[in-house]
Design a protein around this ligand. Structure first.
Ligand SMILES: N[C@@H](CCC(=O)N[C@@H](CS)C(=O)NCC(=O)O)C(=O)O
Length: 208
């Protein structure tokens, strides 16, 4: 078995969390390398695109969260083998990537600009992606984003919704997903209560 090291920031969430979850669910041993903010400046230059997550496989490196998600999804049997279902899985992951990039652009703004831009996101792009993801979920059976079973797409959407609901994003109401996308909320609860997901968070000492 290849030796894996997944490098990401030291918090429960973000672009690295779906791969951590997938590897753990698949029972695949990996080094969980968690970067502290004080170390990032030093380590950034060693990453392929100056960003995390990065996955090392037997000393070789791959970056870009969704490339990593697909790879670990295949190892963990959490990525569809059917090409069409795989495309649906990718679609949901890329949609989350689109909105994550928009939200990420507000992180280090001065407070007044951040407030204005987050307000604009709450009035447009965030509900847009929530409702469109909900539509896509419902179009494909309503339970999972692809192949009617758990995949890395479900994990990525779950991690995003949890972030929205966490209160960590100032100026984003925590009940926004509940209000605009109730079926997506059911999906969130389904993934949260999946015994494999629950086991991961129980092991890491936090409520999912
Ligand atoms: N498209 C990249 C985006 C990676 C990215 O922006 N990662 C953020 C954390 S979620 C990061 O490394 N930020 C620190 C920095 O850019 O210096 C991916 O999907 O992995």
């Amino acid at each position: 078995m290849a030796k894996l090291k997944l490098t990401y920031f030291d918090f429960h969430g973000g672009r690295g969390e779906p791969a951590r979850l997938a590897l753990s669910i698949g029972g695949i041993a990996f080094e969980d390398d968690r970067v502290q903010p004080s170390d990032w400046e030093r380590r950034k230059a060693d990453t392929p695109f100056g960003a995390l997550p990065v996955l090392e496989v037997d000393g070789q490196t791959v970056a870009q969260s969704n490339a990593i998600n697909r790879y670990v999804g295949k190892l963990a049997d959490l990525y569809p083998s059917d090409p069409w279902q795989a495309a649906l899985c990718d679609e949901a992951m890329e949609a989350v990537e689109d909105i994550t990039t928009k939200i990420g652009a507000t992180f280090f703004l001065p407070e007044e600009q951040k407030k204005a831009q987050r307000k604009a996101l709450v009035e447009g792009p965030i509900p847009f992606y929530l409702t469109r993801l909900q539509q896509r979920l419902e179009a494909h059976g309503g339970r999972y984003f692809a192949a009617d079973r758990l995949s890395v797409a479900d994990l990525k959407v779950f991690v995003w919704i949890r972030h929205l609901k966490s209160g960590a994003l100032d100026h984003v109401p925590t009940d926004l997903p509940d209000r605009v996308a109730p079926k997506l909320l059911e999906h969130y609860e389904r993934i949260k209560s999946d015994p494999r997901v629950k086991a991961y968070y129980a092991k890491h000492g936090i409520a999912s």
